[in-house]
Structure formats: C-alpha cells, structure tokens
Design a protein. Sequence first.
Length: 346
Amino acid sequence: MYAYTHELEEWLRGPRTSPNEDANPAAAIPVEVTATADGSSGQAPASERGRTIRKLKWILAGAFVMSVFVAIYSYRQTVRFRARAAIGWPEVPLALQRDGVAVLPFANMRGDVNTDYLSDGITESLISNLTHVPKLKVISRDAAFRYKGKATDIRKVCKDLGIPSVVTGRVMLAGDSVEVNLELTNLHDTRGSWSKHYSSRATDLIALQRQIAADVAKQIRSTLNSDEQEQVTNQGTTDPEAYSSYLQGRYAFHNRSYVRLQTAISLFDQAIAKDPRYALAYAGLADVYSVLPTFGGNPSEDYPKSNAAARRALELDPTLARPHAVLGSNEMGYDWDFAGGEAEFK
C-alpha cells in the first residue's frame, strides 16, 4: 500500500469534522472516547504518533532504495545478455557460474574393442589427475561415462552437469604409435575452445598422460604451484608395463562379469608385480573384491581381501578416495556398484 505523508498523518490523527459540521455543532457526529483507568483519553500521544510516522518514512525510503538497486541490476543484466547474443555466444546459466569440468569418454578412432581400454584408460586417468586441482569440481567417472558412444551437445552437457567446461578427445593406437586429439570447451570463454594434438610411442604412455594432465590443468587453472602440478601429473607409477596392466584391469572391472572380474584381478596382480608400490593397482584389487560376491564370489573371503588391498593402497597413497569408499561399503555390509552408482544391500 502507498500513501502520501499528509495522508498518513491524517489517518493517525483519526476522524475530523468537516467545515459544515464545525459550523453546526449539533450536526456533528459524536466520537466516542474511551477513558482508561488513570483517566486518560486512550489516544496515542503526539510523540508516539511522530515516532510511528518516522518509522513509516524510513520503511518507504528503504523500499525506494531497494527498487532502485533492482532496476539498475536488471538493466545491466539485460545489456549483458544482448551484448553476448550479438556476438553469437550464449549466456551461461546461473547454475554454471562456478569452476567445474567434465572429461567425456575419449573416442577410440580405430573402433577396435581390443584397444578400447586405452581410450577409456586415458579418460579415467585424466579425471583422476584433475581432482587434484584445488577448488575444482570434477565430474565423476561414472557420470561422465554415461555419454560414452553418444552424440553429445557440449552446451547441453554443461547444463545437465552444472559445469562450464568439457574435455573431449579422440585416441588412435597404430602399432607402437599413440595419437591423441584433445579439445577443451569453456562456455565462460568467448575466445572459443582450446585444442591440441599429441603423438607418442605406446611405451611412453605415462609421459604422454602427464603432459595431457599438465596442459589441461594449466588451461583451467594457470596458478598451480610446483607441488600442485606434481600431484596433478602423477600417474602413480613409472613402469609402463605396470601402467598398461592397470589400465586393462580397470577396463575389465568396469565391464564386469565373474570372468571379467577374475581377469581384472590377474591384471592388477601383474601391475603390482611390476611395481609393488603401485597404490592404484591395490585400489583396483579392493574394488574388484568388493563387488565380486555380487557375481558369485565368496563374501567371507572376498571382503577381507578387499579390505586388505584398500588399506595397503592408503598406506602407499593416503590421498586416494576410492579405498576409503570401499572400506566403508564393506563395513556396512553391502557392495557398492561403482559403475552404476547404486548400492546393493547383501
């Protein structure tokens, strides 16, 4: 409700007689005044009415100032939206106004199922590396791999996942040569996307992974110190054969069946044999033994093996998150489905 100040004053003073009524007192409408116990009339004192008027004035002034701020903000947002639309770049929704990135599954350019582990492995390793970038939201492997093999619209992916950046890539393995084409799209950056081509020998895959992680992290956050850069680029081992066995083990684990899980155990054991301090390989064993009872394993044997592998992984690398999750799920008595993100109670 709105009113002028003099109208509010009239309202506070109560009903008044008109000029005609003043001239004819007999025709005036009587006003009943109720006396209080102390003999006062019960009307508000002038000082109290003044305070009330001042409060109303402050409320109206505050409302006016707020309306001015809202109008200015709305105008600036409108100008901003029109400016971005004029250059053909969509405005980023408010839900995306934060640091975040999704690494979508890299495409296997040769389409050879026998080398599919490599494209998946490079993707999963990059996701793991980027989790070490401070204050960066990284979409989980499970959420990202829902887009595997699907035609995707980057803007829709960003909207669905609530992040402004997406990494996509293509991998081709030909003999001893590995080719990787990488592209990073950030909806905040009007300059467009960043891309790079990598070429390496298969035996130098660890160095290639380190370079990819370093380049992507630099594009997202250029202020990393030396310790942060080392964490981001760390692949957990320097043995190429151990690394290859680990990637194949992860691939077998995520495409699970009883036979594939047994294959994953063998591959992780091979990786540990090559590098006994390979924490990620122990974490892989912990994952396999944790879900194996769901596929026909023996819970009384598999859960203790899972716990032992998870504790060994944490001894070697306390920063790993997955072994903690495995220990928690085993303790609660259910298997955690890492691929689907669902818990199955036993």
